[in-house]
Design a protein around this ligand. Structure first.
Ligand code: AMP
Ligand code: MG
Length: 413
């Protein structure tokens, strides 16, 4: 990101703020070669094509008997003599002639010139003679080579974040390592004289620092192993030192607190001196003051102090930005309509992401209710919630039974 020049907007919609942020970012350059077991959550730099057909050969979908379909007698019972067995991993090597069949198991190669598998439950076995019923269908239960994916077809696209099943997919094609985008080097710290790290005694006037643990979780959830720089006091020199050293060592730095206009909020002054950072007042609740910009080559996010504001600004602005830096394609969060089970109030002017509890009735209808108090310091309602209730800026009241859009958590990637 270079030469950011922002117009000083008054109240910026979250949508426009995200657009501005994304327009200044591109994926971190370079790549790493990663073995499959280390690749979970990593992002592919390249398209991956299958070097083989999957499955590689015709095989049986069931346990039964492989036969030649022309031996089937329509509307008539028939019998064939068993000349061998095809096991999964140990194929039957011979060739069959008319009147013969082979015992076959699921996943075993279907012998040459047979083309049908009749399941074992439908036959009667007497010595080596297999008696088939009168309604056998030709070509049943045979998986063709490449019926999952053909050789040279695209398995996964560049920008794909690998899920557990993708590791299985790549392994099924015999691929043991992949090219992925480099890990983001990210550090965060909390600011505030009132903050105490957990494990220490809480004295009067102090509170425990929740944001570093919250950020640790939010980042780990998207595969980022970030560096915790601790709590930095509301002290100009200490803050400048911390920001300068982070900027030299990391791709991204996230701070919480100290970004509004209180007397002890030094971050703005320091960043004006050492970086190019814009302080936005967002038309979003919670999360009005948010800072974005850079210090040298390091991208900077300054989030509000209250933990709920941290969660919401992270989800709405920081997470999509980090995913872009990690080389992922943009994915919009899923939004669904739900009926409101309690009256919801807000003041007009800012888009609100209230915390809600979403359930589904047996009829399929989604119902949402408030997760409790909605102030930005109420971390308990955020913890109980499983969705955001998305309230457009101009809304004031949503009555019981009315429909509203909700964003279920964990629906992004
Ligand atoms: P600030 O943005 O620094 O004015 O902080 C806003 C509010 O968030 C204040 O009530 C702070 O005490 C609180 N706050 C700031 N940082 C944290 C933190 N790391 N953990 C919990 N609360 C915090
Ligand atoms: Mg503060």
């Amino acid at each position: 990101m270079t030469n950011i020049c922002y117009a000083d907007t008054d109240l910026l919609t979250p949508e426009n703020a995200l657009k501005k942020i994304l327009s200044h970012l591109h994926a971190i350059k370079g790549y790493e070669i990663c073995s499959l077991k280390n690749a979970l959550g990593r992002v592919l730099t390249d398209f991956i094509y299958s070097p083989i057909n999957i499955p590689p050969e015709r095989n049986s979908a069931m346990d039964g008997y492989a036969i030649i379909s022309s031996d089937i007698k329509p509307n008539q019972l028939f019998n064939l003599s068993q000349v061998g067995t095809s096991w999964a991993g140990k194929p039957f090597k011979g060739t069959l002639t008319t009147g013969q069949c082979v015992r076959i198991f699921t996943g075993a190669v279907v012998p040459e010139n047979t083309d049908t598998v009749i399941i074992q439950e439908r036959v009667t076995v007497k010595n080596k003679h297999i008696y088939f019923p009168n309604n056998c269908q030709p070509f049943e239960h045979v998986r063709q080579a490449g019926n999952d994916i053909k050789q040279n077809k695209c398995l996964l696209t560049a920008g794909k974040k690998l899920k557990p099943v993708d590791l299985g997919l790549l392994a099924s094609a015999g691929i043991h390592s992949v090219k992925v985008t480099p890990k983001l080097r990210l550090a965060y710290f909390s600011t505030g004289d009132e903050l105490v790290t957990i494990g220490r005694l809480l004295q009067s006037g102090k509170i425990y620092d929740s944001n570093r643990y919250l950020l640790h979780g939010l980042l780990a959830d998207i595969g980022i192993d970030a560096v915790d720089m601790g709590v930095i006091a509301d002290d100009e020199t200490a803050l400048e030192l911390a920001l300068n050293s982070a900027a030299k060592n990391y791709d991204v730095i996230i701070t919480t607190g100290g970004a509004s206009v209180g007397d002890a909020d030094y971050i703005k002054q320091i960043l004006d001196k050492i970086g190019q950072v814009n302080f936005w007042k967002l038309a979003m609740k919670p999360g009005k003051p948010v800072a974005f910009g850079h210090i040298g080559n390091c991208i900077f996010f300054g989030l509000p102090g209250n933990p709920v504001s941290v969660s919401v600004t992270f989800d709405k602005l920081v997470k999509p930005a980090l995913l872009k830096l990690m080389g992922m394609k943009a994915v919009k969060p899923l939004r669904i309509k739900a009926k409101v089970a309690c009256e919801i109030k807000k003041s007009a002017g800012r888009e609100e992401y209230q915390r809600g509890i979403l359930t589904q009735q047996s009829t399929g209808t989604f119902i949402v209710t408030s997760a409790g108090k909605q102030d930005s310091n109420i971390i308990t309602s955020m913890s109980q919630a499983n969705c955001y209730i998305v309230l457009p800026a101009n809304y004031t009241t949503v009555k019981i039974g009315e429909e509203i859009l909700v964003e279920p958590f964990d629906s992004f990637i």
